[in-house]
Design a protein. Structure first.
Length: 345
């Protein structure tokens, strides 16, 4: 290949629970993997959307926090030394003439892989955008969906949109440091932590924060400089708020993204697979977890674990068709115990 690529047996796209457990199941069979995820940390939906929420249907764990589950999975796969490529969206998947695959990421990493597992959950997460005319050209300079450097906003006129923890946390953080600050939410109830909501309302009562119930209606800019944002109240009235920067925290939305262009057979934004191998219509490309679909599919973490186990054997057969397969148990297999680092003399 002309690429300066990483050669590996398997590339796993998605570092959520199913993708992480896929590393484990492949590792038990002596197969090495690299993991790619567009998010900057492992965990998928668990880490990004509900890290503190309890999960009750993981076998043998009566209750397990979502982040705790991810941490346990990361600990479990440590012996297998998977390459982790986080904060890199997989952009291209191409099947070569020899049956191997070229996988390229947005960060410029290129893989030469024998098989690919797509464990991308419900797709890559993208911030829900401020859907008003003129907003797109200000994104990244005056309209922001995350805070990279808090100091950039000190002494500035800020308007923050949202009603969850991110919106409230940054409102409380910037209230004493901004030249002016307003919080806009579409309704009177907030989704964030009650203590944060109380502190926010105390700032409003003290006149240190303005609170508006409504939606963004338009942005006002001059020569690329944001001057203000128009907010439409619940009663239909329009109000112009002075602003140098808008911080927008509407949460994250799943997008199928580049996966839609890879030639995979899809059904309602999910990859169709069989229930023996969890292989797609492209030989050598498998899909596990919420991204796949088949008759009777249930979007449960434990279902993803089952799918990863069966997919691992199918991947082994795909990579090494002449190799005789037989089921081994971690309790009795010296080979598996050695791979896990628990072998005894």
């Amino acid at each position: 290949m002309s690429d300066n690529s990483i050669t590996t047996e398997v590339v796993i796209i998605g570092a959520g629970p199913a993708g992480l457990f896929q590393v484990f199941e492949l590792g038990l069979l002596g197969i090495k993997a690299h993991v790619v995820d567009s998010l900057k940390q492992a965990g998928g939906q668990c880490t990004e959307l509900y890290p503190d929420k309890p999960i009750y249907d993981i076998p043998a764990l009566p209750v397990c926090g979502a982040q705790e589950l991810v941490d346990r999975l990361l600990q479990q796969i440590k012996p297998f030394g998977a390459g982790m490529h986080l904060g890199e969206e997989a952009l291209a998947l191409e099947r070569r003439a020899d049956g191997r695959f070229r996988v390229a990421t947005a960060a410029g990493t290129v893989f030469d892989a024998g098989a690919v597992v797509i464990a991308a959950g419900v797709g890559s997460f993208q911030p829900r955008r401020l859907g008003v005319e003129g907003a797109e050209r200000l994104e990244g300079s005056r309209i922001h969906y995350r805070v990279k450097n808090a100091a950039d906003f000190h002494g500035r006129k800020l308007v923050i949109f949202g009603g969850g923890d991110s919106a409230l946390d940054w409102t409380l953080e910037f209230a004493p440091k901004a030249a002016s600050i307003a919080l806009v939410h579409r309704r009177s109830e907030f989704r964030g932590a009650p203590a944060s909501v109380q502190r926010m309302r105390e700032l409003v009562a003290a006149g240190r924060l303005r609170l508006f119930e409504g939606l963004a209606h338009g942005v006002h800019s001059d020569a690329g400089e944001l001057k203000g944002v128009q907010v439409k109240g619940a009663d239909g009235t329009l109000q112009l708020l002075d602003a140098e920067h808008l911080l927008v925290f509407f949460g994250l939305a799943p997008k199928l993204g580049p996966i839609a262009d890879w030639g995979l057979e899809l059904d309602k934004r999910a990859i169709k697979v069989d229930t023996e191998r969890f292989e797609s219509n492209i030989p050598g490309v498998f899909a596990v977890g919420d991204i796949n679909t088949y008759p009777g599919k249930k979007k449960l973490i434990l279902s993803g674990f089952h799918e990863a186990a069966l997919a691992a054997f199918a991947i082994q057969h795909h990579l090494y068709p002449a190799k005789k397969q037989f089921l081994q148990y971690t309790t009795t297999s010296p080979a598996m115990q050695k791979r896990l680092g628990v072998a005894t003399a």
